[in-house]
Design a protein around this ligand. Sequence first.
Ligand SMILES: C[S@@+](CC[C@H](N)C(=O)[O-])C[C@H]1O[C@@H](n2cnc3c(N)ncnc32)[C@H](O)[C@@H]1O
Length: 316
Amino acid sequence: MTTADRLQFRHTPVMVNEVCALLINNRSGVYVDGTFGLGGHSKALSSQLNSDATLIGIDQDDTTLAQFSPSLVQQNLHLVCTNFENLDQVLSDLNIPQVHGILLDLGLNSFSLDDPERGFAFSLQGPLDMRFDRSNEISAETVLNSYSQEKLAEIIYRYGEERNSRRIARRIVEMRTEKRLTQTDELKLAVIKSIGPRFQNKSLARVFQAIRIEVNRELDVLSIILNTALQVLAPAGRLAVISYHSLEDRIVKTHFRELALDIPEQPGMRKDEIKIPLLKRITSKPVIASQSEMLANPRSRSAKLRVAERTEHAIN
Ligand SMILES: C[S@@+](CC[C@H](N)C(=O)[O-])C[C@H]1O[C@@H](n2cnc3c(N)ncnc32)[C@H](O)[C@@H]1O
């Protein structure tokens, strides 16, 4: 598929109406789309914001960011190619102290997934890359050829929740002693040879996900931005996160729950022991896509949207 073909199909943003309804709390505010991708969510947000609002679009993938035409939004738009873990630096560079909404639509976009050269899809032959940011030193090839067998097994188990992680890691190490692994087909073969034909696709998806999470430090950067969001959100500002697997969703759920202090105050607590909630949960349960959206866009089937609002209380 050529770039033109892939652009034609583009990326269908997930739960756009739900995101706009739950995120926007100040139509003239500053909004950060921390995972700008092809700009689908930003375009929808833009259509509901006043013209004096500001949009900041962040994506660490320069190829994706370059596809967007700024004329599609009427607000002041800043596009920044960086990891969202650097949000505090981005805001300080733009001289913006506080924002009114932050959106994170985690993972990768269909445009990158469908590009064989990026190495994200086990169904496409290509180099073992998997970097969102291609200026990073560590690619899937680095991970697969230099990590110890134990470390590979741990990553595949923790980030892919794959039961056959040890067997797969052993096979990877056996194969790489013969020849350095460089192609997605070789990783695919290591998995297939380790687990047999049943449930092959599920295991392949889990292993590719695990290596991608490790390459891009996906869970670490998520924890970092959740904390930064607290520092930069104005009171009543909102944070919306769409996650696509349980590892990410668990981090978001726990963070929201802890900062909303859903654990009740204990009787007899001293005043200095009583904590103040820094977040209020807007969604008590994750919002999921409608049946019709799931039918029209299979990617939305695993999506979970959680939204929380910054309270008035100051951070000590
Ligand atoms: C699911 S897509 C977002 C699609 C977007 N909402 C749209 O409507 O087009 C996720 C995007 O976030 C980017 N991304 C993932 N992790 C990131 C991070 N830590 N920092 C910056 N961008 C990231 C990916 O490169 C990808 O383009």
